[in-house]
Design a protein around this ligand. Structure first.
Ligand code: FAS
Ligand code: PHB
Length: 389
């Protein structure tokens, strides 16, 4: 089989790239390790930047998002019983959209199916060959059948544990990592959100986040130990701990209910450089990971896709290699800025095991400064709504 762009990974990165290329008449084949149901069962991001919204519109997949998504013009930040609001539109004239990653991926799958775009599920042993030549190809297995896919380019959209990043030789790759000494225990519940906007909570017991998917589906997180497992937490224990980490007036109105999903995500900051090797291009979690605090994981995958999609368009439509040659540098420039913001926001809100009383005083001083200083709020807002592509 032959295609123009072989895409490894059928998560949001791979599916968004495939759909954007399709709209421009560029053929691609998506190879996904799991089943479609498995991919759609993963509960992850919840906040979309304007850049991702625009890409979904360009891909012709934005109707349901606009119909069902929630526009948020600001967010709440609490520490103890204190709480203040950062108004995004006051500082940036841009809102964000609350619409789950699961729904984004569902919309992209629906578009792919409408277009009859080839996607192969449950593929195994994907290997990328000849990435440093002008005629790369992939080999993989579906069941007992060995297959080969000839292509012009390979998009590595296969996440942190994928094969693409590992294809770049160790003497070419430079990796940067920070592992955080805690995780996030997340719960999805069919309950009304405690507040119309998100609440990012710094408390002496640890971080908490009150988010949502719609007005009857809430998403909550609490910082937890890396040694915890979801089964260590009954629903009652989770709700009790969440209430102790958010302001009392919010805790008093929190509607609790049975969890319909409960999982723990480790937190890490990770970047691999370069994001291109020959005809192989890394996108999204295959190249970088952020702690979810700043809601940047999915959104930074989107900016990678924007740069790669336009680079490939330029190649096929104008015969120019400028975009593909500049992809890695351009993507990494924005990646590092979102890594910084995600690290800063995580440092501001979480309790770290080795924190001294002085360190905690610094956190409170930073929160007080953010609360009282418009320039500080503008800087936070500009990062949160998404830096320009
Ligand atoms: P993904 O990991 O989503 O998709 C990669 C796909 O490639 C998967 O479907 C995988 O099955 C497939 N694949 C892997 N190896 C393969 C192979 N060898 N062959 C074929 N296919 C292969 N971001 C936020 O902004 N907010 C959050 O709250 C948040 N929570 C998260 C919680 C968890 C547990 C995780 C892991 C991530 C979270 N993220 C969050 C980040 C997340 O949203 C990612 O940024 C986003 O999924 C990135 O999308 P992709 O780059 O497509 O990678
Ligand atoms: C979510 O709703 O899952 C969510 C929202 C904001 C974040 C992280 C996760 O910063």
């Amino acid at each position: 089989m032959k295609t123009q762009v072989a895409i490894v990974g059928g998560g949001p990165s791979g599916m968004l790239l495939a759909q954007l290329l399709h709209v421009r008449g560029i053929d691609s084949v998506v190879l996904e390790r799991k089943t479609k149901d498995y991919v759609l069962s993963r509960i992850r991001a919840g906040v979309l930047e304007q850049g991702l919204i625009s890409l979904m519109e360009e891909a012709g997949c934005a109707d349901r998002m606009h119909a069902e998504g929630f526009t948020h013009n600001g967010t709440l930040i609490s520490y103890g019983d204190e709480m203040f609001r950062v108004d995004f539109t006051e500082h940036t004239d841009k809102p964000v959209m609350v619409y789950g990653q699961t729904e984004v991926t569902r919309d992209l799958y629906a578009a792919r199916e409408r277009a009859g775009g080839p996607i192969e599920f449950e593929v195994e042993d994907v290997e990328i060959h000849g990435a440093d030549t002008t005629s790369p190809y992939l080999t993989y297995r579906v069941g007992t059948q060995e297959r080969r896919l000839e292509c012009d380019f390979v998009a590595g959209c296969d996440g942190f544990h994928g094969v693409s990043r590992q294809t770049i030789p160790l003497d070419v790759r430079r990796e940067y990592e920070k592992v955080y000494p805690f995780g996030w225990l997340g719960v999805l519940s069919e309950t009304p959100p405690v507040n119309e906007e998100l609440i990012y909570a710094n408390s002496e017991r640890g971080f908490a986040l009150c988010s949502m998917r719609n007005d009857t589906l809430s998403r909550y997180y609490i910082q937890c130990s890396l040694s915890d497992s979801p089964n260590d937490w009954t629903d009652a224990a989770f709700w009790e701990e969440l209430k102790r980490r958010i302001p009392k007036d919010q805790a008093d109105k929190l509607v609790t209910g049975p969890s319909i999903e409960k999982s723990i995500a480790p937190l890490r900051s990770f970047v691999t450089e370069p994001m291109r090797w020959g005809r192989l291009f890394l996108c999204g979690d295959a190249a970088h990971i952020v702690p979810p605090t700043g809601a940047k994981g999915l959104n930074t995958a989107a900016s990678d896709v924007h740069y790669l999609y336009n680079a490939l368009r330029d190649f096929y439509e104008n015969g120019s290699e400028a975009g593909i040659d500049g992809y890695s540098e351009k993507a990494l420039d924005r990646v590092w800025k979102t890594e910084r913001f995600s690290w800063w926001f995580s440092s501001l809100l979480h309790r770290y095991p080795d924190q001294s009383p002085f360190d905690i005083k610094m956190q409170v001083a930073e929160l007080e400064f953010l609360r009282s200083n418009k320039a500080a709020q503008r800087a936070m807002a500009e990062n949160y709504v998404g830096l320009p592509y």
